[in-house]
Design a binder for this molecule. Structure first.
Ligand code: SF4
Length: 630
């Protein structure tokens, strides 16, 4: 059996970003190598960034453009006739839909096509497939056409090579359809790839019995569906040696970019313990939620830092650990290193103290799944959080100088005017002092609840997107290989002016930030905050410049106000202030609310101003950081 082992080359194509190495490649590499498989990896997106030019590459993949459309030119290698017959449409799409930034040099369609050719040819000239039996491609959002283009070429020159695809772009029925549509793809792994790839390489003859594997049996596509999942603690710590090796052969600007902005990924979990948001398809690959042990996460961070002299990490997981996040923060803090972390998080979980701890642990940036400030909209999304939870997160982040890169998700098929109006009302309260979201238009993703049950979301029918209709011949689209869909509404909805709402917010923040630069004292740069005098509280509210207010709360009001620093229910407050008659407490809370100092949702309360502590200078730090970025 030993002699029958097959060697493996794993490839990650563009249009992956270069700020974070592909984690799939080293994870699979480590797992298979530890078990005696000859395996190499190839991070080809780095070379693509060099050959397109770093600025052009970023222009293609980052908003307002994206990596899904960036792959379009690879259609010419996968469907050469289709390209020939439709080149004008590709060009027209590029001109009409790719938004050029004023601060980057113009990148023409001809250059785009030419550089794609240069890159494609570079791969054919430099990557030596001959030494490997199995060539595996990891596929995310924008990697299908680039991977197909190379897989096709390999198979043409050597039909004996086995082509394997895996990743979110080819899971479950989508994977089966891709396997059916492209004869040069031999296998697809749906779900955890580690064991399936190892078994394919070590026991190829018995591939029909490998769990998670899809294969062809004459005209049939078979999927060995399985619930088996890998224990994340048993995977070796991923080695990024090959990534750094590939990086060292790219241009100086790509290397420098990574040295400045790069982060190493550290996987903390797979799947999502909530897994109910109606727009989300992030868990189709990992339906079962699993976490890595905190001790193992720490070991991994320290090992990676020592080996690659890296201080910046991205925790890979859809959320923070479900229950042990506090342990994670404490242990990271206790390491006493200047690490910085980025992580994705959910609202409604952590308290203000947790955010303080988070900051002390080194979290400088997070992305919270805020999505909306409308209760009605959040219910359609089935986010499982309230508006009050979302506001609390943004307040805590601001107090602690943690940048929150959050989105407002809009244009659901069943969006209503109330969704906009509710949001608008909240934005009036927040726009003077809390950070602005990015606007994100809903895309119906394969595997999401909306895609599976369109009729529940006011969708008459799902349609192929314009870019898919351009990139793929119709006969391939009919095989249902699309990852993203457009939709037709049953009942037309009004087009709410989300863009102008967010633009106005942006303008307001910018104005406050610019003004802040001219202020002599740091505290004067804050817009809406309170200071605690022990027996009283002083609140400074400069959100409305025509009506700047200073509110002083007495001792009792202070106590109630401070009890609402975190989201708290009326019941909890009544329990805490037993000496205070209920009507008095309610009247006090109402007066806070009427004065714009408190947010109330269904008998839950949250005070709005930022806490400013002179000794910690926490809120101030945020404003200073923003000033620097202006
Ligand atoms: S959006 Fe985030 S929280 Fe919601 S299901 Fe997806 S991963 Fe989970």
């Amino acid at each position: 059996m030993h002699d029958d082992k097959k060697s493996v080359l794993l490839v990650a194509m563009p249009f992956a970003g270069i700020m974070i190495p592909s984690i799939q490649l080293p994870v699979l590499e480590g797992y298979c190598r530890e078990r005696g498989i000859t395996i190499e990896t190839c991070h080809l997106y780095l070379k693509a960034a060099e050959l397109y030019g770093l600025q052009n590459y970023h222009y293609l993949i980052y908003p307002p453009n994206d990596s899904y459309t960036a792959q379009m030119v690879f259609s010419r290698y996968v469907f050469p006739d289709h390209w020939k017959n439709n080149k004008d449409k590709f060009q027209e799409f590029f001109h009409q839909h790719s938004v050029q930034n004023s601060d980057t040099p113009q990148f023409s369609f001809d250059e785009y096509v030419h550089q794609t050719d240069v890159f494609y040819q570079w791969i054919l000239d430099h990557v030596d497939w001959r030494f490997f039996d199995i060539i595996g491609f990891t596929l995310n959002y924008g990697q299908l056409l680039p991977s197909l283009s190379i897989a096709k070429k390999i198979k043409e020159s050597d039909p004996e090579k086995k082509i394997v695809f895996g990743g979110s772009r080819t899971v479950e029925t989508l994977g089966m359809n891709v396997l059916r549509a492209f004869e040069y793809v031999d296998f697809i792994v749906s779900g955890d790839g580690e064991d399936a790839l190892f078994r394919l390489a070590s026991d190829f003859e018995n591939y029909k019995s490998i769990p998670q594997l899809m294969y062809k049996n004459r005209d049939e596509v078979i999927w060995n569906k399985s619930d088996i999942v890998v224990d994340l603690n048993m995977i070796p710590i991923p080695s990024y040696d090959q990534f750094y090796q590939d990086l060292s052969t790219t241009s100086v600007d790509v290397q420098q970019y990574y040295q400045y902005y790069g982060r190493l990924p550290v996987e903390i979990s797979r799947g999502c313990w909530w897994n109910q948001c109606t727009f989300c398809n992030l868990n189709i690959q990992h339906r079962c939620y699993r976490e890595k042990r905190i001790s193992r996460i720490l070991q991994e961070i320290q090992w990676l830092s020592e080996r690659y002299h890296m201080m910046n990490f991205q925790l890979i997981g859809n959320t923070l650990p479900k229950t042990e996040y506090r342990t994670l923060f404490k242990k990271l803090k206790n390491l006493g290193r200047d690490y910085s972390f980025f992580a994705e998080a959910r609202a409604g979980q952590l308290t203000s103290d947790d955010y303080l701890l988070m900051k002390e642990a080194g979290f400088t940036m997070i992305q919270t799944g805020i999505e909306s400030f409308s209760q009605n909209y959040l219910q359609k999304m089935n986010k499982g959080v309230r508006v009050i939870d979302n506001i609390a997160v943004l307040k805590f982040c601001k107090e602690n100088g943690i940048k929150n890169n959050y989105n407002l998700l809009v244009r659901y098929p069943n969006e209503e005017t109330i969704d906009f109006n509710e949001t608008k009302k909240i934005v009036q309260m927040l726009k003077g002092y809390l950070d602005v979201p990015q606007l994100c238009e809903l895309r119906v993703m394969h595997g999401s609840c909306i895609q599976r049950h369109p009729e529940q979301f006011n969708i008459e029918r799902l349609e192929h997107t314009l870019i898919d209709r351009i990139m793929y011949p119709l006969e391939f689209l009919k095989e249902e290989i699309s990852f993203v869909y457009d939709f037709n509404r049953k009942i037309p909805s009004t087009d709410n002016p989300w863009e102008s709402l967010v633009e106005e917010w942006k303008k307001e923040r910018k104005m406050f930030e610019l003004e802040g630069i001219t202020r002599q004292t740091t505290i004067d740069r804050l817009v809406f905050y309170f200071v605690d005098g022990g027996s009283f509280i002083k609140i400074f509210d400069k959100r409305d410049k025509q009506n700047i207010r200073i509110v002083v709360l007495n001792e009792l009001e202070r106590a109630v106000f401070l009890a609402c620093v975190d989201v708290v229910s009326l019941q909890q407050l009544l329990h805490r202030f037993t000496n205070l008659p209920e009507f008095e407490l309610i009247a006090m809370l109402q007066s806070f609310e009427q004065n714009g100092l408190m947010f109330v949702e269904d008998d839950y309360y949250l005070c709005l101003p930022l806490r400013f502590s002179v000794s910690e200078h926490t809120a101030i730090r945020t404003e200073c950081q923003l000033n620097v970025s202006v």
